[in-house]
Design a binder for this molecule. Structure first.
Ligand code: NAP
Length: 268
C-alpha cells in the first residue's frame, strides 16, 4: 500500500479506542502494518476488522502495558508477523480525577503504573528492535496536563510531565542510533476516556460524568472540541520522513488552549 509510512511497521498501545484507534487507522491507511495492543479485546478486533476492510494490514494482541513479562512477546509478534519494527506509539493511558489531598496511594500508583511505567516499558522493549531496523520513531502520548498544572488531575499531570521529559532524555540517548523520540500533547479531545474517569477518592467516588464538548466550549480558543483524528494527524507526521530532523520535541495539538492565559474568548 502506498502512503506516507509505506512499508513501516508500528506498534500502537491502547490502540482499540479513541486516539490510539485513530492512530492505528491512520498509520495503516498511510501504508504501515500495525500491531494494535490493548486490554479491550472486542474493540481491538473491531479496529483490525475496519483496517482490513479498507485494505490495510493490522493485527490485535491483548497486552496490558504494565505487564513487563508480556513485552518481549509484543515486540516479537511485530517482527515475526511484519518483519521489523519502525514505530512505537506509546499511547495507552487513563485519567483519575481527585483532589490531591484525598487521593489514595492505590489510585496514585495505578495512574503512574499505566501512564508512566507503561510508557517506560514501551520504550525499553522497542529500542533493541528499532536498532535492528536501523532507527525509527518513538511517539509518547503526553497531554497539555504535562505542560502545565491541572487542578483535580495532579497525579495525571505528574505522569504526563514525566512523559514529556522522558521523551527528551530518550531522544538524546538514542539520537546516534537514528531513533527519534517526541511527545504529543493533546488538549481536550472527544474520546471515550472522559466517560471513564473516576472522580473523587477511591471508596468515595462521585458520579460526575465529564462532557468534553462542554469543557472545550469553556476553554478552547478554536470553536470546537478536538477529535482523535486531530491527534492522529500529528502522530502520523512524527512517523514520516517529513519529521526526520525532529527529536526531543513537544507537539502540542490543543486548539490554542496553551497559547495564552484566560480569558480564551474575546469579549462579546
Ligand atoms: P481511551 O479512548 O480511553 O483509549 C485508551 C485505550 O487504552 C482504551 O482502549 C483503554 O482500555 C486502553 N488501556 C487502558 N489501560 C490500559 C493498559 N493498562 N494497557 C493497555 N491498554 C490500556 O482514551 P484516549 O482519550 O484515546 O487516550 C489515549 C491517550 O491520550 C492517553 O494516554 C490519554 O492520557 C491521552 N490524552 C487524552 C486526551 C483526551 O482529551 N482524550 C487529552 C490528553 C491526553 P479500557 O477502556 O479498557 O480502559
Amino acid at each position: 500500500m502506498a502512503g506516507q509510512v509505506a512499508g513501516k511497521v508500528a506498534v500502537v498501545t491502547g490502540g482499540a479506542s479513541g486516539i490510539g484507534e485513530a492512530c492505528s487507522e491512520t498509520l495503516a491507511r498511510e501504508g504501515a502494518s500495525v500491531l494494535i495492543t490493548d486490554i479491550d479485546d472486542g474493540l481491538g478486533k473491531d479496529v483490525v476488522g475496519r483496517i482490513a476492510k479498507a485494505g490495510g494490514k493490522a493485527h490485535y494482541l491483548h497486552h496490558d502495558v504494565r505487564d513487563e513479562a508480556g513485552w518481549p512477546g509484543v515486540i516479537a509478534e511485530a517482527e515475526k508477523r511484519f518483519g521489523r519494527l519502525d514505530i512505537m506509539v506509546a499511547n495507552a493511558g487513563i485519567g483519575i480525577m481527585a483532589p490531591i489531598a484525598e487521593m489514595t496511594l492505590a489510585d496514585w500508583q495505578r495512574q503512574q503504573a499505566i501512564n508512566l511505567d507503561g510508557v517506560f516499558l514501551s520504550i525499553r522493549h522497542a529500542i533493541p528492535a528499532l536498532k535492528r531496523a536501523g532507527g525509527g520513531s518513538l511517539v509518547l502520548m503526553s497531554s497539555i496536563a504535562g505542560l502545565r498544572g491541572a487542578p483535580g488531575l495532579a497525579a495525571y499531570s505528574a505522569t504526563k510531565g514525566g512523559v514529556r521529559l522522558l521523551a527528551k532524555s530518550v531522544a538524546l540517548e538514542h539520537a546516534a542510533d537514528n531513533i527519534r523520540c517526541n511527545s504529543v500533547h493533546p488538549g481536550i479531545i472527544a474520546t471515550p476516556i472522559w466517560g471513564k474517569i473516576p472522580t473523587g477518592a477511591e471508596g468515595n467516588r462521585r458520579n460526575a460524568p465529564i462532557d468534553p464538548r462542554e469543557r472545550a466550549a469553556q476553554s478552547v480558543p478554536l470553536p470546537r472540541v478536538g477529535e482523535a483524528q486531530d491527534i492522529a494527524n500529528g502522530v502520523l507526521f512524527l512517523c514520516t520522513e517529513a519529521a526526520n530532523y525532529m527529536t526531543g520535541q513537544e507537539l502540542v495539538i490543543d486548539g490554542g488552549i496553551t497559547a495564552g492565559g484566560k480569558p480564551t474568548r474575546p469579549p462579546q
